[in-house]
Design a protein around this ligand. Structure first.
Ligand code: HEC
Ligand code: HEC
Ligand code: HEC
Ligand code: HEC
Ligand code: HEC
Ligand code: HEC
Ligand code: HEC
Ligand code: HEC
Ligand code: HEC
Ligand code: HEC
Ligand code: HEC
Length: 397
């Protein structure tokens, strides 16, 4: 009898407590009891449903809802729900975003790249928005948008990238080690290429590409261009000046070989113009594509050295080998041919200068002689005509 009444009392008290105080919501299931309905909407028609299955599989599936929604402890909810701060648990990433180009994003600073807050996966999971193969698409949501590019005065990068050698390798071959946006720009502390601390600031570009292209970067750094850039001469080229940053092509492709000669020529104007006068270039510009010698076939592309350096392919001692790659019979006299012969420069090319001068004088001399000769011939034939007419007398007059 006594036991029964105590049980009744306990039951009554707990029932009273359950209805009299707001419900304390602790477990995921407490929240999902309502929000697990994925079609649930708030008063303004905004979807407030949560896919319990997806959330359970996500990296945060083990967390309680309240670990992120710290101000929601019971129902009814407070009127003003404070936005979730990821900073509390991910201080490093949040600190990285401060001062970056994306710091002032109006949308949620983290979900703009990591996607739906309730289905975040680790970066190694193919379902993650920042899985290497998904990064270009994630960044491309904004950087593949013409209107957005125009608004911020930026190039529309995504379409260029996706057609490049890196984009192709990544999107068509699923090559995880191909460069994605993050490989060159980083993820959280992304800076403009005009900032000297940026991985894409001109001087830092060789190091950025060199994370993967180590061998070529070492060659580049020991050549004249690499040394000049390292010494702070920004007029010398880095990788992206010759290859571009986002539209990188296969360097052996005809299109690259055709357009890269003028790229070297942009800076080496005099050498470009003399190259253009020579057989190799004339051959190359005869409509269509012809396999002829381009600048780097003689100079190398990365470890470029002046002729005075004995290691240079254009050092006099190495010319037979350099030209011999294409001209099987090349010998010491063959390589006397000057690929940059400049007939207008007496100091550099005296023989050519005087030969050209002589040829020009000869040409002018011959032309002048025959002009005078023709003129005299004309006068004479006219004179003969008049004389003949006079001799015929007034017969025709
Ligand atoms: C009894 C049902 C119920 C329970 C339990 C519940 N919610 Fe809600 N929640 C709602 C409703 C209804 C709304 C729509 C808000 C409105 O219209 O006032 C809502 C809205 C929200 C919102 C959006 C607020 C906004 O205005 O943007 C968040 C976030 C939220 N709930 C989180 C939670 C969390 C976290 C829990 C568990 C700790 C939880 N809810 C438990 C019914 C519930
Ligand atoms: C990793 C942190 C995190 C966890 C854990 C989490 N949420 Fe959220 N939730 C967010 C973020 C971020 C938003 C976007 C709005 C904001 O910034 O507050 C959000 C939004 C919401 C909304 C509003 C709907 C919307 O899309 O605007 C509801 C409802 C909600 N969460 C319910 C829940 C429930 C229920 C759980 C537990 C099953 C839960 N959340 C767990 C981070 C979290
Ligand atoms: C501009 C896009 C972008 C924004 C904004 C962004 N992230 Fe990331 N996040 C990335 C990328 C890309 C990766 C993958 C990095 C990698 O592969 O090393 C990443 C990785 C992460 C990782 C895993 C780190 C690791 O090394 O394992 C965490 C945690 C993270 N982000 C949290 C956040 C938080 C928190 C915020 C908001 C403060 C945020 N991210 C904002 C792009 C972004
Ligand atoms: C209550 C703490 C907490 C909050 C708040 C929180 N996370 Fe996490 N997050 C974690 C834990 C714990 C892990 C798993 C850590 C691990 O495995 O290294 C994690 C993992 C991640 C990862 C995967 C890291 C990886 O290995 O690639 C990302 C991305 C991430 N969180 C993003 C966010 C974002 C974005 C927010 C805000 C919407 C957020 N987190 C809020 C605790 C939190
Ligand atoms: C939500 C849209 C959005 C996403 C997603 C986004 N960005 Fe941006 N990004 C912007 C906007 C807007 C700016 C211009 C910011 C400004 O100028 O104030 C910008 C600027 C930049 C800049 C600097 C341009 C310059 O020189 O000033 C770089 C680099 C960049 N983003 C790279 C990335 C990368 C890499 C990713 C993916 C990891 C990414 N962004 C994801 C919107 C986005
Ligand atoms: C192989 C390295 C590399 C990859 C991959 C890469 N970028 Fe870049 N990006 C650069 C460099 C270097 C610059 C500096 C400007 C230049 O040389 O054109 C740059 C500049 C930018 C700019 C600023 C352009 C300007 O002129 O102000 C944006 C925005 C940008 N990148 C976004 C992206 C996005 C989005 C992706 C992925 C779709 C991406 N980048 C992939 C190297 C890269
Ligand atoms: C994350 C690593 C990574 C980074 C960083 C990177 N690349 Fe690449 N790159 C690759 C891979 C992998 C390939 C091979 C793709 C293939 O063959 O399909 C490649 C291919 C190339 C090719 C074509 C090579 C060939 O033989 O066809 C060029 C040129 C190139 N990258 C230039 C650059 C430049 C310039 C930069 C810096 C602005 C850069 N890469 C940054 C990984 C990277
Ligand atoms: C002065 C222009 C120039 C610069 C600077 C330059 N490259 Fe190249 N690169 C070329 C040319 C030209 C080729 C084609 C070479 C060939 O076909 O023999 C090439 C070829 C390549 C290849 C294909 C493999 C090969 O050797 O044929 C890769 C990868 C590459 N470059 C990466 C880089 C990287 C990384 C940097 C910066 C460290 C860089 N390049 C700097 C002009 C340049
Ligand atoms: C962005 C401009 C630029 C581009 C593009 C460029 N160069 Fe240069 N180059 C320079 C500068 C500046 C120097 C002088 C470096 C120094 O200070 O020693 C130089 C030096 C040289 C030298 C050594 C000349 C000497 O007198 O020491 C050779 C050879 C050369 N470049 C060939 C090339 C070839 C071949 C290409 C194309 C594959 C090329 N350059 C593309 C700017 C450029
Ligand atoms: C057929 C081989 C060949 C081709 C093609 C060629 N060069 Fe040269 N280049 C040479 C030789 C040999 C020298 C050294 C003799 C001289 O200066 O004429 C030289 C000298 C130079 C020098 C001066 C180097 C020094 O140490 O003084 C520069 C700069 C240069 N070339 C740039 C270019 C550029 C730019 C192109 C393409 C537009 C190009 N070359 C095409 C063979 C070539
Ligand atoms: C990448 C290949 C290549 C390299 C390297 C090259 N050439 Fe040529 N050269 C050609 C081609 C192709 C022709 C036109 C076909 C022919 O006549 O053999 C040509 C034509 C010529 C001609 C006129 C035609 C002839 O055969 O007499 C001369 C002279 C010549 N090259 C000199 C040189 C010299 C000197 C060098 C080294 C400094 C050199 N070439 C390096 C490909 C090359």
């Amino acid at each position: 009898m006594k036991t029964v009444s105590s049980i009744t009392l306990t039951l009554a008290v707990s029932t009273f407590l359950f209805f009299a105080t707001p419900r304390a919501l602790v477990a995921q299931t407490d929240c999902l009891g309502c929000h697990g309905d994925t079609s649930m909407q708030d008063a303004s028609g905004h979807n407030v449903g949560v896919d319990a299955h997806k959330f359970g599989e996500s990296i945060h599936g083990v967390l309680k809802c309240g670990d992120c929604h710290t101000t929601i402890k019971d129902y009814p909810h407070p009127d003003q729900v404070t936005p979730v701060k990821c900073d509390t648990c991910h201080a490093d990433e949040a600190a990285g975003l401060v001062g970056s180009v994306h710091a002032s994003r109006a949308e949620h600073p983290c979900t703009s790249c990591h996607g739906d807050a309730h289905s975040i996966f680790p970066k190694t999971d193919p379902r993650s928005a920042v899985y290497p193969l998904n990064v270009p698409h994630t960044c491309g949501a904004c950087h593949g948008n013409d209107a957005m590019a125009k608004k911020h005065g930026l190039p529309n990068v995504y379409p260029m990238y996706i057609d490049s050698i890196h984009g192709f390798a990544l999107s068509k071959e699923g090559l995880l080690v191909a460069a994605n946006c993050q490989s060159c720009h980083g993820s959280h502390h992304i800076l403009s290429h005009t900032d000297p601390l940026s991985s894409t600031y001109k001087v830092n570009v060789p190091k950025t590409c060199g994370k993967c292209h180590a061998g070529i970067t070492a060659n580049y750094e020991s050549g004249v261009h690499g040394k000049a850039v390292a010494a702070g001469h920004l007029d010398a080229p880095v990788c992206s000046d010759c290859h571009t940053a986002h539209a990188i092509e296969q360097p052996t492709a005809a299109a690259f070989r055709m357009q890269s000669t003028p790229i070297c020529g942009n800076c080496h104007k005099e050498k470009f113009s003399t190259y253009r006068d020579t057989f190799h270039s004339q051959l190359g510009s005869l409509g269509g594509y012809v396999e002829t010698a381009r600048c780097w076939d003689c100079h190398g592309a990365h470890e470029i050295l002046p002729a005075s350096d004995p290691r240079s392919p254009i050092a006099p001692a190495n010319l037979v080998k350099t030209c011999g790659r294409c001209h099987a019979g090349a010998n010491a006299s063959f390589v006397k041919y000057q690929p940059h012969a400049n007939a207008r420069n007496r100091k550099l090319n005296p023989a050519l200068y005087y030969v050209t001068l002589f040829m020009n004088l000869l040409l002018i001399g011959v032309l002048t002689f025959f002009m005078i000769h023709t003129l005299l011939w004309l006068i004479r034939s006219r004179y003969d005509q008049i004389k003949a007419r006079a001799a015929k007398g007034g017969k025709n007059a």
